[in-house]
Design a protein around this ligand. Structure first.
Ligand SMILES: [Mg+2]
Length: 471
């Protein structure tokens, strides 16, 4: 496929035709990374209140997106992105561009054989590190780049990423994890043991995954900006579609939340799990009071009640709201905070995000930590492309690490999948295992062209309209 047709004025390209580390042997061609193209892609989702919650009332789902191009002649590119919700996506793109010097000229084969090497180089940049370390915009940019490398590696192997990881030798997987700052909770020896144990029965689970897929839950009915009629209709549709869990956004107004929970519980009946998600709206005491007021409707888990940095706060909440489970992770910045959430007994459910932390390598560390502590992982997804990415991590976990889908579900939101070359397939409440090579990260060229900000066809027309209105 030709992504070059997607280029617009918003694309920024750096190309070197001569490799930085030229070959000594005359005439020998070593394929290298030749370009890192970046795109600021935004979808106008705020207009339908899709994605609205108590903290984020008007998100325009966006991707700070990159393509790694090579001169290998095999047509493979590495696609990656991180997710933002509109303003600031340009800042995120600029952060990805700051990493470009680490990539141009790198030999493709070496990079793909050891994505951990690029992860370490990016995290270790001695000047950029000041902007984190290992958190925020810069770390998300590293995640986007590292994920693009994994996309390229999986395409070159001819495997979907989940399968590449599940087929990999435990020793190699351990070599991909940075144990700095987490070895007090998880040593390389622990990780090796978990991965070796995970190999028992992997072939049977792989067959089961291909046959049955992986369980999902849906957030589509529960956005805060939807009226009750839409909530009821979408909640009933979700049950009819085979989902056994839905999620409601809460935290803006208690009376509204009580009414919406009552409405949702009546719509789905007593046997469907309803999770609630406060998107960090509360402090600890408020969390406990608000949750008590919703308890009669039996919420299954309470998601992001408070700041993602408040480890001890989550622990206090968990003690207070049991048996309602506490879940968090979509804004947890790195493996070190996940480690502490587990050490402090602060969560019942750990929610990884494919594009928040430093990419696949750091998520391997987090999956291993969760396995060590025996805490189920129920990934955050939705946004744009997050379902496409994170399914691979859960499927690897099922086949070759935790070995179970018990109490595990991947979030599913039915938005924006049509913009991807290999969109998720969710049927009867389950994700079908991707079969195409790669990380399912690649957007369609037409979508990139149309929704590039501000010069893509959609935004150019939209901004011109707005100018006319205000003139
Ligand atoms: Mg959430």
């Amino acid at each position: 496929m030709s992504t070059t047709t997607a280029t617009t004025a918003t694309k920024t390209t750096t190309t070197r035709t001569t490799g930085r580390r030229g070959s000594i042997l005359l005439g020998e061609h070593i394929p290298r990374i030749t370009a890192v193209d970046t795109y600021d892609i935004r979808f106008p989702t705020s207009r339908e209140m899709d994605g609205s919650d108590a903290m984020n009332p008007d998100p325009d789902y966006s991707a700070a997106y990159l393509v790694l191009r090579t001169d290998s002649g095999d047509g493979h590119e590495g696609h990656g992105f991180t997710f933002t919700i509109g303003r600031g996506n340009d800042v995120q793109v600029a952060a990805i561009e700051a990493l470009r010097p680490h990539l141009i000229g790198r030999p493709v084969a070496e990079l793909c054989a050891d994505p951990g090497s690029v992860s370490r180089a990016l995290i270790g940049d001695s000047q950029l590190r000041w902007l984190g370390p290992e958190k925020g915009v810069m770390h998300m940019a590293i995640g986007a780049v590292v994920n693009a490398v994994w996309d390229l590696a999986a395409k070159r192997e001819g495997k979907p990423l989940w399968q590449l990881l599940a087929d990999a030798e435990p020793e190699w997987l351990v070599s991909q994890v940075d144990f700095r700052y987490i070895a007090d909770a998880l040593t390389p020896e622990d990780a090796l043991e978990l991965l070796r144990e995970g190999r028992h029965g992997a072939a049977e689970r792989r067959a089961e995954l291909l046959r049955r897929g992986y369980p999902a839950y849906t957030t589509s009915p529960g956005w805060l900006g939807y009226d009750d009629e839409k909530l009821i209709r979408l909640a009933k549709e979700a049950v009819a579609d085979g989902f056994t869990q839905i999620k409601l956004k809460v935290g803006a107004d208690l009376d509204d939340d009580i009414r919406r929970m009552r409405t949702a519980r009546a719509a789905v009946g007593p046997y469907i799990r309803i999770a609630v998600d406060a998107n960090q709206r509360w402090g600890v005491a408020e969390t406990v009071e608000w949750t008590a007021a919703l308890a009669e409707f039996e919420p299954y888990w309470l998601e992001e009640p408070t700041s993602p940095d408040d480890i001890l706060g989550h622990a206090a909440v968990r003690r207070a709201v049991a048996p309602i489970k506490v879940a968090t992770g979509e804004h947890v910045q790195n493996r070190i905070v996940f480690k502490q959430l587990l050490q402090a007994g602060a969560v019942d459910i750990l929610q990884i995000d494919a594009a928040r932390v430093g990419g696949v390598n750091e998520n391997l560390a987090i999956l291993l930590l969760a396995a060590k502590f025996g805490v189920p992982v129920c990934p955050h997804a939705g946004g744009v492309g997050l379902c496409e990415l994170v399914q691979h991590l859960s499927m690897f976990d099922f086949v070759a690490l935790s070995g179970t889908v018990q109490d595990r579900v991947i979030e599913y939101v039915d938005h924006l999948h049509e913009h991807f070359e290999d969109p998720v397939v969710v049927a009867a409440g389950r994700y079908a295992a991707p079969r195409s090579p790669g990380f399912s990260a690649q957007m369609r060229p037409g979508s990139i062209a149309e929704f590039s900000y501000p010069d893509g066809a959609f935004w150019a027309a939209d901004l011109a309209d707005r100018k006319e209105v205000t003139a």
